[in-house]
Design a protein around this ligand. Structure first.
Ligand code: SF4
Length: 902
């Protein structure tokens, strides 16, 4: 049962973003909004939330929500339709296509944002009753290589450790993980361990991220060389007597082969250094630390998984933990950090094309078992198509019907232009969504089904440590929105499968899901929540966060696995896997001399359909950018703040240039969040090569050969408006939500009179203008009463007006006469500059304010916290505070040297 609610009236639920799975207390205001705080009793976060979780209350509005079913009419536009007609249509068209072309002609593409109950019925319908395994998910882009690596090593997709290990480890190794931004609350737990217990942190990443900024040892290895580093580590452990021989002998197989391969890849510290591009002393230091520390946790995420050799990388890491017996023991484990809130739940259910259900595969005994349990005579008997291959099959016309649920593949898939074009070929294209419009919907959807969103829906999610938590509703569902599971079941009934889909609630589905996990299990499968299969509705409602396995006959949930062996392979032994010799799938060349790495930023999530509605979250990094090393910037004629065109063999983008030594020479980094819905030329998925890992099917999103060149714009500026604006063709723009409306950051080469005409076409009649066309300046603002309705500031880069100042004036409900008369100067009345891009989202503290505090003597994040409160709540910005302090220190030291020399 759940602990007593510390905030009476609040609903206990779970954050809908990353795989940390933080508990949230949400208190509805009765008007569609809610106050949000961390749940102090949730074992993932103990009350802490990061910047994204803290801002959830700002993302609950209904602007842009899909509230009714819609269908494309004969004239091509989308029209509202009754639920029964929409469901009849989807079922009728699916039935027709399956009858004509067979079950392999239809597919579902699911999402790690779905609840396990939604996943369960979608998977059951497609694999059990339609008879195809073409069910895949955006989790394929997130952690499929970890799944494949776990299955090879452990015989099952099991995360052996738990979060508590991060508090108690004596060494934390982060590989390909910018946890400071992508798993912030867990990273704060690691930092607390470092502070309180002195546990050093090693960060292994081609990028010097904010996570690396907190590292005791940073290894900026060459992209794709992780397997070589961990092969070298395995050799070092073997040669220095650090192996746990009894564990290897009693619980594993394949060690000798794996060690021989490791010797061939990186047989010494020097060879590992050569293969990874690292300094020998750094490699040696890491090997020594790992060898000397029993309580070590190695955490990895997308930097490891998103690779054409991702599965081998995962196994190279796991090999080192198996060889030392440091697996599933207190504070000693290999640990996959899951990206999405319910990627783990999707895996439990079997919502991947190469799994059947409940951690069972496509072996004859598993197929037979699930067939009998589901009473499903048409069950799929072989694997379906994984995400990238699935969209390729759509492009070839082999898949005729696709149902996308809660994800935006036209943005997030690699080679996203091709994926988007493929969608136009479908005979039936159904999307279940929260939003009325996104890039996928705009790619020619035929039927739009309004799904309930976070705060409205109810069910379960599972986080990175196998902990199942409840998402609970605290808002009334708006319009005609319905739970995803209900929509799927209604279509299933219309396809003739009423008996198998007669679920009346999420709890009924959960009970069946739990029963299947335990069905003929007897300890042979890792995923077993049989202890929960007979829960009443009341018990489900009150369900406290619980880890699996939780078997019917056990004494309680299992926190860790494999400390004493007990793996799930045929002989109950773990398997050492000899990785292939590391090599990237493509070479750079004269035309594409750089490699593009893609990833996330601190305050945005996926394609911003939720986080993009928060004014606070938009302020940290408001523009789509590409990060470049200073030497590459010089070589390619780029300067910080300029624009650049990034081109790969798949697509092109125009992005703002950030010159930074955080980036390795020869590498570019661009974030994945922008889409055509919120920018003109920053859909980075279109640049990414569609190469996949042969085992996991996960795309290599971090090493696409690319070129970069300056892109000139004469004018820069911004617009602010209460309503969405249609930007002029050819302008570069990126949209963000601001207090009171929308902001557009703009660059362009068109004549200023064109912009003046544009403003007149979108602004109200009360329009004030300032133009100096000869000087390249145009500013205009229209008013509704004393508030700005729409404004536009354009000029040369140095003279476009102060975005922060004007944005604050725009947020004001009534400008004073002085403010109004000063507005078109683009400056504040007192001449002060704006606070700069937001660094601390919790207390709205900007970079300029922080730099002022550093200039005034603050020399630590704690001192900045004392002066400004920045960094004192969720802690997500403390790495950036430390970076700003370090930059100031570096500047001061350079200045001192210059002065001394002069
Ligand atoms: S770390 Fe942040 S985004 Fe992730 S679950 Fe917790 S609050 Fe949500």
């Amino acid at each position: 049962m759940t602990a007593a609610n510390p905030m009476p009236g609040a609903t206990r639920t779970t954050c809908p973003y990353c795989g940390v799975g933080c508990g949230v207390l949400a208190t509805s205001d009765g008007r569609g909004g809610a106050a949000i705080s961390g749940d102090p009793d949730h074992p993932a976060n103990f009350g802490r939330l990061c910047s994204k979780g803290s801002a959830l209350g700002e993302t609950l509005g209904l602007a842009g929500r899909l509230l009714h079913p819609m269908i494309r009419c004969s004239k091509g536009s989308m029209e509202r339709i009754a639920w029964s007609d929409a469901l009849d249509h989807v079922a009728h068209r699916l039935k027709h296509i399956v009858a004509r072309d067979g079950p392999a002609a239809v597919a579902f593409y699911l999402s790690g944002q779905l609840l396990s109950e939604d996943y369960y019925v979608a998977n059951k319908l497609m694999k059990g009753f339609i008879g195809s395994a073409n069910v895949d998910t955006n989790s394929r882009l997130c952690m499929a290589s970890s799944v494949a690596g776990h299955r090879r090593a452990f015989g099952a997709d099991t995360v052996p450790g738990c979060y508590e290990d991060l508090d108690e480890a004596d060494l934390l190794v982060l590989v390909g993980s910018n946890a400071a931004w992508c798993h912030p609350v867990l990273f704060q737990r690691m930092l607390a361990n470092k502070r309180q217990r002195g546990a050093p942190i090693v960060v292994i990443d081609p990028r010097r991220t904010d996570t690396a900024g907190e590292a005791d040892l940073f290894l900026g290895l060459k992209p794709g060389s992780d397997s070589a580093l961990f092969s070298g580590l395995l050799v070092h452990l073997a040669d220095n007597g650090v192996l746990d021989r009894p564990y290897i002998d009693n619980h594993t197989s394949g060690f000798d082969d794996a060690l021989a391969r490791a010797r061939a890849i990186a047989g010494s510290v020097a060879a590992a250094a050569l293969a990874t591009g690292l300094a020998e002393q750094d490699v040696a230091a890491f090997f020594r630390m790992f060898a000397a520390t029993s309580r070590v946790v190695t955490l990895y995420s997308q930097g490891v998984n998103q690779s054409a050799q991702g599965t081998d990388k995962v196994n190279a890491i796991i090999n080192c933990h198996l060889a030392t017996g440091r697996i599933g023991k207190k504070a000693a484990s290999a640990f996959s950090l899951t990206g999405q809130p319910n990627a783990m739940g999707g895996r439990e259910v079997g919502g991947l094309a190469n799994q059947l259900a409940a951690h069972m595969g496509f072996t004859p005994p598993d197929i037979d078992r699930v067939r009998r349990f589901w009473k499903a005579p048409r069950i799929a008997t072989h694997e379906g198509l994984k995400a990238v291959q699935l969209f390729e099959a759509i492009a070839r016309g082999e898949i005729k019907a696709l149902w996308v649920m809660g994800t935006n593949p036209a943005v997030s898939l690699p080679d996203a232009d091709c994926a988007r074009a493929a969608l136009k070929k479908l005979e039936l294209f159904v999307v279940s969504e929260n939003v009325l419009s996104n890039d996928t919907v705009e790619a020619g959807v035929h039927v739009l089904l309004p799904a309930q969103a976070w705060g409205e829906k109810s069910g379960t999610v599972t986080n990175s440590e196998r902990r199942i938590s409840r998402q609970r509703a605290f808002l009334a569902p708006p319009g005609e929105t319905r739970p995803d599971w209900w929509i799927i079941c209604e279509v299933a009934k219309r396809l003739g499968f009423s008996a198998a889909f007669a679920f009346a609630s999420a709890s009924e589905i959960f009970r069946e899901h739990a029963s299947l996990s335990a069905f003929e299990n007897h300890g042979s499968r890792d995923f077993d929540i049989g202890a929960l299969q007979a829960m009443s509705d009341e018990a489900f409602e009150a369900l406290a966060p619980v880890q699996w396995p939780h078997r019917l006959d056990d004494s309680g949930p299992q926190q860790r696995l494999f400390g004493d062996g007990g793996f799930f392979g045929k002989d109950r032994r773990a398997r050492f896997v000899a990785p292939d010799v590391p090599a990237l799938r493509t070479e750079t060349n004269e035309a594409r001399p750089l490699r593009l790495n893609t990833g996330r930023i601190r305050d945005q999530w996926h394609t911003m359909t939720r986080t993009g509605t928060s004014p606070r979250l938009g302020q940290h990094l408001p523009e789509p950018f590409v990060e470049v090393h200073p030497d590459d910037a010089a070589r390619h004629g780029l300067a910080d703040g300029d624009f650049a065109r990034v081109v790969t063999d798949y697509g092109r983008c125009i992005l703002k240039v950030v010159v930074s030594e955080r980036q390795q020479r020869g590498m570019l980094f661009a974030p994945i969040h922008w889409s055509e819905a919120n920018s003109s030329a920053a859909r980075v998925g279109a640049l990414v090569a569609p190469f996949t890992d042969p085992l996991s099917g996960q795309p290599e999103s971090k090493a696409t050969p690319a070129s970069i060149a300056p892109y000139e714009y004469v004018f820069r500026g911004f617009a602010l408006s209460r309503a969405l604006l249609q930007m002029p063709d050819r302008a570069w723009w990126a949209r963000l939500t601001v207090d009171g409306g929308f902001g557009y950051l703009i660059a362009d080469n068109a004549n200023l009179p064109v912009w003046s005409s544009w403003l007149r076409s979108v602004a109200g009649s009360d329009l004030a203008e300032y133009s100096d066309f000869g000087g390249g300046v145009y500013r205009g603002a229209s008013f509704a009463g004393d508030a700005i309705e729409t404004c536009l500031f354009l000029g040369p880069a140095h003279d476009a007006g102060d975005w922060d100042v004007v944005k604050d004036l725009f947020a004001s409900a009534a400008l004073s006469d002085d403010q109004r008369s000063m507005l078109l100067s683009g400056k504040s009345i007192d001449g002060a500059v704006g606070t700069g891009p937001l660094v601390c989202a919790c207390f709205a503290v900007g970079r300029n304010t922080i730099c002022d505090a550093i200039a005034a003597g603050a020399r630590s994040a704690a001192e900045i916290g004392l002066r400004l409160k920045a960094g004192t709540n969720c802690g997500s910005c403390t790495p950036e505070l430390n970076r700003l302090i370090a930059q100031t220190g570096a500047r001061e030291s350079a200045h001192r040297k210059l002065t001394a020399a002069g």
